[in-house]
Design a protein around this ligand. Structure first.
Ligand code: KMH
Ligand code: ZN
Length: 307
């Protein structure tokens, strides 16, 4: 008998740390807007909310506990969605600062970045409107090179894993390239992470693997070879790759991440008004193509969360 297809989990990454409020009015950054957009995204069909904090006045990325505290309990009260707190923080922070919010709030899930890289946006990846496809290589990429190093050494990964182990938090293993899958496998082999793991395949960040569908197939085949049945997976396509790769992933039996952290757009050249708009779009596509979307409790069961 054919195996019943598992439901599709939609994660929504609500604000992140990369985009700035000047880039889009849709990007939430105040406590109020993060709360509202997260709750609306959950109502639209996201069963996991991946959350970063920002300064309430300026929108600057923040890992301060006092910037998480005004919205986390409100989101938990208003939705049943799984809360997933970032440990990526932003590029210049130490691993200790990055993992502190997850340590303090002990969420059901948090991110775990699986390798170091030159983390940048590709100017053609859909971050900009068509007419704005100009960039300054010297200023934005060369002079800012040190600011683009996303450091996730084995020491950092060990520190994050060991500090958070007592919290029984499920990690979303962020793999931006095929080598990160091998890092994860190595960490599992030495006992740092236990199966089954949840992997986010990330495409289209400059410094990581590109957003061609062949790369998704390659990442999936590599993960099948390394992890067998010991993993669940989801896809995050940055910028213009968000909907196409998410759709393809859901058709391949994977899960999908959307949200304004990963793309400010709802379609080519058109900014999204909100996170819920992106969630509603991917939900519609997933359902139109014959898959069912998982509820928060179904996501808890599929990913074996502490609940
Ligand atoms: N910004 C995404 C490309 C994290 O928060 O730890 C990956 C991410 C990392 O969400
Ligand atoms: Zn994030």
């Amino acid at each position: 008998m054919a195996k019943k297809k598992q439901k599709t989990i939609i994660t929504c990454a609500v604000t992140g740390a990369i985009h700035t409020p000047t880039m889009s009015e849709g990007l939430p950054f105040t406590y109020e807007d993060i709360t509202k957009q997260a709750v609306d995204a959950a109502e639209a069909g996201a069963s996991i909310l991946h959350l970063h904090a920002r300064d309430n006045e300026t929108g600057a990325p923040s890992v301060a506990i006092e910037d998480f505290a005004p919205f986390l309990p409100r989101i938990k009260q208003a939705t049943d969605a799984v809360v997933n707190i970032s440990t990526g923080g932003s590029l210049t922070l130490s691993i200790q600062d990055r993992i502190n919010p997850a340590k303090i709030f002990s969420p059901e899930m948090c991110s775990m970045n699986m390798g170091s890289m030159n983390f940048s946006f590709h100017p053609l990846a859909g971050r900009y409107k068509d007419e704005d496809w100009k960039f300054d290589w010297e200023k934005d990429y060369v002079k800012n090179s040190d600011g683009n190093i996303f450091r996730n050494t084995f020491r950092d990964i060990k520190e994050a894993a060991e500090t958070l182990a007592p919290h029984d938090v499920k990690f979303e293993h962020e793999c931006y390239d095929v080598g990160h899958l091998y890092n994860l496998k190595f960490c599992m082999d030495i006992g740092l992470f236990k199966a089954p793991v949840f992997i986010q395949f990330i495409f289209g960040i400059l410094g990581g693997i590109g957003s061609e569908i062949e790369n998704l197939v390659f990442m999936k085949n590599t993960a099948d070879r390394l992890f067998g049945d010991d993993y669940r997976w989801s896809v995050l396509g940055a910028g213009g790759a968000q909907m196409t790769l998410g759709t393809t992933a859901s058709q391949m039996g994977g899960n999908v991440r959307v949200g304004l952290e990963d793309s400010l757009f709802i379609s080519r050249g058109k900014l999204a008004e909100s996170n819920a708009q992106q969630v509603a779009k991917i939900r519609r596509i997933v359902e139109d193509l014959g898959c069912e979307v998982a509820s928060p409790d179904e996501a808890r069961e599929i990913l074996d969360l502490k609940g």
